[in-house]
Design a protein around this ligand. Sequence first.
Ligand code: G6Q
Length: 558
Amino acid sequence: MTCTTLDSWAKLRDHQAELATTSVRELFERDPARFERLSRRLDLGRGAAPMLLDFAKQRATPETVALLCALAREVGLEAHRDRMFAGERVNSTEGRAVLHVALRERSRRPVHVEGADVMPDVRAALEHMRRASDAVRSGAHRGYTGKRIEHVVNIGIGGSDLGPLMVVEALEPYRLGGPKVHFVSNVDGTHIARTLSELDPETTLFLVASKTFTTQETLENARTARAWFLRTAQKEIHIARHFFALSTNAKEVQEFGISLENMFVFWDWVGGRYSLWSSIGLSIALAVGFDRFEELLEGAHVVDEHFRTAPLEDNLPALLGLFGVWNTNFWGCGCHAVLPYDQTLHRLPAYLQQADMESNGKGVRADGGVVGCDTGPALFGEPGTNGQHAFYQLIHQGTRVIPCDFLIAANSHNPVGRHHRLLLANVLAQAEALMRGKTEAEARAELERAGVRGAELDKLAKHKSFAGSRPSTTILYDRLDPRTLGALIALYEHKIFVMGSIWGINSFDQWGVELGKQLAGRILPELEPGAPAGDHDASTAGLIAELQLRLSGEDKSA
Ligand code: G6Q
């Protein structure tokens, strides 16, 4: 049954209508304890300072939280969550379990898929990663001429790229002498050509990261890398020291020429965009060391346990997801901005774009019915303060309301001069300004104080007033260490699950992505000079014909 027909949905509609006449500014004035009532803390363990999530700048009251939790209960969120943790095939269209949580299971609890405990295999795979990353970082594993590995190139795309890339960037302060990691994803030859141009085959290790090992872009980039390597190394036997595969597909890995001892495994119950915790995270372990990688897993495990056991009213991923539904479905917001005031997280919005939009960009329920309401919002973001000088204008005064997540590190890895305080002042100011807005009367008073009068005053007061009540959530943590980062990512992963569960969709398939892959395969041979045109619409056919004429045929190796 679609969520829109539920009693709790109707109650939320009425509640929204009541709130619509009250500004958030007024809600703050009415309730001096609003911050305490609408913020929550999450203990990250190991003596770390708790993470703080502040929902007080949402267009909501404690009653909203109660009504949203009632909706979650009415759709059976808790039972659905338990089915995921129990290894049931919640990815129903692909018939798969969804167990990225098993990859970061740190207790001795077994995790079953089809009656078999997967944890021994998970631990063995982690051990394999530990041995390899230790060997490369210590210099025990060297290149074919005996030189240390100084550069690692992860070749992968989508889920086999965005997660590890975001984490490696975020944990750069922990690299401390580890190899420099590069990421090549785009099939545009410029990406691999530019990357290789800075590298030396004798000191470079390639990770071919592909769950299926059939992804066109990744295999093309991997073939180009292998050819580039062999031009210098000459002998195929040297490939063993310079090419590792991260995959579930042993047959294709061997066919590519990578031996099984250099294959780092994972399983079909790990979705691509949820795979950074698996062997797909080897680049992370190589960059910062396996102990740091384990801390990342531990941080995520803390959130998994919290999500599994905390009552919904205090369950942070549940609340993040429920406020997401609140803004999407009851306030009609079609976008969501993620704004980390933390340069180390500069790739977080790109990572979340995939995690969120590929998971919840669906219109059909898992049971085949139509969802009947809007689903996943368009997500975008940039690190602060850059975004302020770019797109925030629309967030402040545009005609669409765009809920924001502001992420704040209390402490910087680089406490240079006044930089960090300036950063903090900016993020707090933005969130406050969005919430408060500025009435026309306030704008007038300000202009009058500045000596503006008459028609000019009338005109400018309109342009300088802001509606306010623009919702945001603030996520505050102490310093972005591996544990905190693991917790943060898991928070977002489960938030996505919560929203998908409310809408009744399968957040773990991606049939739209599969369609694009198929169509590209059909068009490729049609680009050859003189190749017969396929059956296309006039626009696609016209563009293919134009490209056939213009393609120079100068394909070079990188
Ligand atoms: C993720 C998607 C997709 C996938 C890539 C790469 O959930 O399925 O982004 O990760 O298409 O796939 P491979 O890892 O199989 O190369």
